[in-house]
Design a binder for this molecule. Structure first.
Ligand code: TXA
Ligand code: MG
Length: 324
């Protein structure tokens, strides 16, 4: 088990080059001092993540944009940072001299975010830049409690700072502002509509030619069970089809408000209809599929893919993508 620590001890350990899992409002991060390449390298080893997948650097406040982490900060980036930080937004910017190759994987850009969780902020008062991916093994479901971190990585990291369950529950929205046109690389806790309102212009989702982002790999955020993501209107039909093929019980995750006609071998598990509550409990619900021993699960997509619905649908589709 990783050592449960308070903020001061967490800061001391980070300064010593150790790995500390930290709470953020989105998901728990696996943190290292962003200015120590050896410490950052240990993150990749602990997660089993390829080093070509860059890390986000977490900072204390938007003022840090002018402290050497980023090179050019275009007006659109400033505007988003001013309105949305601290919060679930990551900005991809041209890197500055403080953004190490160990963090960026040698890219010319760096991902920066100011998290809102009070313990993360207290830690960032003591350590200027914390590199942190989600604190899960590569490809599996992100942790939203300290207990999830312990189960996934407890024997591979030094300490955990427990800040309670994460309030947003789904990762930050990543916006690439390193080129002329802001684009969304990963939908997340800030909606596309909010970005567009702030910038007064459409913010497109990046196409397949976008810079590498593991969040964009087909299979990601996946439980062990085989997951199938379906539209609400298809759920009953697909449940009957799958029940005919499978000999074991199948889980079906849907809000209680959805009327369904299900065969006996499909066990319905309720998830919140409200998008905020669904996002907050999304990864917990995917973990529950494995914990309850299901080998197959049908997850019903949100009926509205605006707002948080876009990120929820993205994660559910990725949980259901083929694993090879
Ligand atoms: O909410 C979050 O963003 C959480 C918390 C801990 O802050 N972090 C998180 O980190 O989700 P991670 O490493 O699991 O996902 C970060 C994503 C990856 O897909 C990575 O490729 C992308 O950000 N990324 C980081 N730097 C990048 C860059 N310079 N260019 C393009 N994508 C980048
Ligand atoms: Mg991740």
């Amino acid at each position: 088990m990783a050592l449960p620590v308070d903020v001061d001890t967490a800061a001391t350990l980070l300064r010593e080059g150790k790995l500390v899992a930290i709470p953020t409002e989105t998901v728990y991060g696996l943190g290292a001092d962003a200015e120590q390449p050896d410490a950052v390298a240990r993150i990749f080893a602990a997660k089993g993540r390829p080093t070509s997948h860059p890390l986000i650097v977490h900072l204390r406040s938007a003022d840090a944009l002018d402290e050497g982490w980023a090179a050019n900060v275009p007006p659109a980036a400033r505007r988003l940072a001013d309105v949305l930080w601290p919060g679930p937004l990551t900005l991809i910017l041209q890197r500055g001299p403080r953004a190490l190759d160990a963090v960026t994987g040698g890219l010319s850009t760096v991902g920066l975010r100011v998290p809102a969780h009070p313990l993360a902020r207290a830690l960032l008062d003591r350590v200027a830049g914390i590199a942190a991916p989600s604190a899960n093994r590569f490809g599996s479901v992100s942790p939203t409690t300290a207990e999830h971190v312990q189960r996934d990585l407890g024997d591979r990291i030094d300490a955990v700072l427990d800040g309670g369950p994460c309030e947003v529950g789904i990762e930050s929205t990543i916006v690439d502002v390193s080129t002329g046109v802001p684009r969304i690389l990963r939908p997340g806790g800030i909606s596309r509509e909010a970005l567009e309102e702030i910038l007064g212009a459409p913010v497109p989702m990046a196409g397949e030619d976008a810079p590498r982002a593991p969040g964009m790999l087909a299979s990601h955020y996946a439980p062990r069970a085989k997951v199938i993501a379906v539209a609400p209107s298809d759920a009953s039909r697909r449940a009957h089809e799958l029940a005919r093929e499978a000999s074991t019980l199948i889980a079906l995750l849907a809000p209680p408000t959805l009327a369904l006609d299900l065969p006996d071998s499909v066990e319905r598990i309720d998830v919140p209809a409200d998008p905020r509550d669904r996002a907050r409990t999304l990864y917990q619900s995917l973990r529950a599929i494995d914990e309850r021993g299901f080998e197959r699960a049908i997850v019903v997509l949100p009926d509205d893919e605006r707002g948080l619905g876009l990120a929820i649908a993205d994660r559910l589709r990725k949980a259901g993508a083929p694993k090879d």
